[in-house]
Structures are given as structure tokens and as C-alpha cells.
Design a protein around this ligand. Structure first.
Ligand SMILES: [Zn+2]
Length: 286
């Protein structure tokens, strides 16, 4: 069984506000246990969390071994104040702040650092992201700092900023929507992992919350890009963004593997890449 290479354990796949309310005043161990049990029952043995501001993923990592799960967490994701990322982590204003957050993540024994390079997609308007990306210089600076502390870097990025993140040495790119096919070659050259999180978009297509022509178009263009990546030998991994709207825990992996299967990409190659990712996304790993 494949692992979940991108999930948010505190989210519930339905209502972000409700999920956040459950953790705002302390960890809900019962909720964590129910989700970890669902993963265990589905045969899942690996989980890479995308971060949260409440310490939920750190708590999940402490109890995950009881469920036979190798759980990795960045503790919290790091975003620039005023840009996207507050729902999954903490903010920095200056490079010195970023350095302090990396230090804090190290004290909490984070397995890697998660950074927010760009916004999320606005599913009401094709081509629109929720905010501007980090500038190239900052992307280079913060990835360099995280690497200097022995951390791999998981980068949430869509659009042109993906190029900057790849050139700066990001170890994995998450989502990666709105990319020209030419970007696949750069992906392959850097050896970065790519977690396209199809489910976070494709599961929205039948839903009435967003215009179908927007979600369906984003998904089909993403499929074409990922196919190009597969041809170039990019290290694709299976992560569904479990916990995001309409991406239920445990079911997300099945959905994601199904979207890969539609492109002819097998679980075998995804599992191989997952093993490599597990080695890289471990502080002190390679
Ligand atoms: Zn995520």
C-alpha cells in the first residue's frame, strides 16, 4: 500500500473552520487516533504532513508508531506574513525571523522544513492565485538556511515561482499547477520530488462549489504537465493533500493513485519514489 506523501492530519476533508476549532484550544487526541486508525486499517505505513499551526502533526507523530505509521512532520509550515499559509503554519517577516522559526522547528525535532512559495488557486477564476509569490531572492535565501540546518525542504508552489524554488534547490514541490511543459525538464534535472496533489483539484470537479469549467481545465492541464514529467523521469510521489476539501483521510491515497493510474503511472514507480522521499525527508538524511 502506498503512503500519504502530503496530508494535513488536523483537517477533516469537509470544513476547515470546524477542524481548526477542534484544535484551537488544544490537541484533540481522539480525533488524531481515529484518523491514524483509518490509515492503519487501510494498510498505510507512511505519512508526510504538510503542517499545521496547532502542534497536531507533532502530536500525531508521537502516537503514530502505535498504528505502525512512519510519520514525518515539518511541525508547522512557514509563510511570509501577509501571504498565504496561515492555515497551515507560522509567519516570518524578516530573514532573521525565518531563521528563528527553523531553529524552533529543529527544537521540536521537525523532520523537514515546509515553505509556502506561492498562493493557492482561486477555483473561481482560471489562472488566478490567491496572492503573489515570494520573490526569487527570498526563496533562495530561505531554502539555503533550511539546508544549512540539515533539513530537506518541501515547497508549496504553483505557477512561475516553481522555477525559482527548483533552481534554489527545493527537495520537493507540492501542487505545481499552472506550469508550462518546458518546466518538466528543469524538474528532472534538479532531482526534486514532485507531489502534484491531483485529488485537491480533481475531487472538486463534480462539486457545485466552484465552476466546473475552471476545475476541469486546471486538472486536465495538470495531467498533461505530469505526463510530461513522467516522460522526463521526474520523481513523482503520491500525496493527495488529505484533509483538504473533499479529500478524506485514507481515501485520498486511493483517489490520488487512481488519478496517476489514469495516466498510466503505476503504484510500483510511485512506491519506489516514496522510499527515496522517506530517506530525503528525514533530518540528517541524504
Ligand atoms: Zn497541503
Amino acid at each position: 500500500m502506498l503512503g500519504e506523501c502530503h496530508g494535513h492530519i488536523f483537517m477533516d476533508g469537509r470544513n476547515y473552520r470546524q477542524a481548526a476549532a477542534l484544535y484551537k484550544n488544544g490537541i484533540c487526541t481522539e480525533d488524531l487516533r481515529a484518523k491514524l486508525k483509518a490509515y492503519h486499517d487501510a494498510g498505510v505505513q507512511f505519512f508526510r504532513d504538510g503542517g499545521d499551526p496547532y502542534g497536531a502533526s507533532l502530536a500525531a507523530r508521537r502516537i503514530a508508531p502505535e498504528y505502525g505509521i512512519d510519520y514525518r512532520t515539518p511541525a508547522f509550515a512557514i509563510h511570509r506574513k501577509g501571504l498565504y499559509g496561515g492555515i497551515v503554519g507560522r509567519a516570518f517577516e524578516t530573514v532573521a525571523d525565518f531563521r528563528a522559526l527553523v531553529q524552533e522547528a529543529a527544537e521540536q525535532k521537525a523532520d523537514f522544513i515546509k515553505i509556502m512559495v506561492s498562493g493557492i488557486m482561486d477555483f473561481n477564476f482560471y489562472g488566478k492565485l490567491s496572492c503573489p509569490p515570494l520573490d526569487r531572492e527570498t526563496i533562495f535565501e530561505i531554502i539555503h538556511i533550511a539546508h544549512g540546518e540539515g533539513f530537506a525542504v518541501m515547497a508549496h508552489a504553483n505557477g512561475e515561482a516553481v522555477r525559482d524554488a527548483l533552481e534554489a534547490g527545493a527537495d520537493s514541490i507540492e501542487h505545481g499547477n499552472y506550469l508550462p511543459e518546458s518546466c518538466a525538464q528543469l524538474f528532472a534535472q534538479t532531482g526534486a520530488f514532485f507531489c502534484p496533489t491531483f485529488s485537491a483539484v480533481a475531487n472538486l470537479i463534480p462539486d457545485s462549489r466552484f465552476p466546473r469549467e475552471v476545475t476541469a481545465r486546471i486538472h486536465s492541464e495538470h495531467q498533461a504537465f505530469v505526463m510530461q514529467c513522467a516522460r522526463q523521469g521526474v520523481r513523482l510521489v503520491c500525496g493527495s493533500d488529505a484533509g483538504a476539501y473533499l479529500v478524506p483521510h485514507a481515501q485520498g491515497i486511493q483517489d490520488e493513485a487512481g488519478y496517476f493510474a489514469q495516466l498510466g503511472i503505476s503504484n510500483v514507480s510511485l512506491a519506489q519514489n516514496e522510499s527515496l522521499l522517506a530517506v530525503r525527508f528525514c533530518r540528517g538524511g541524504v
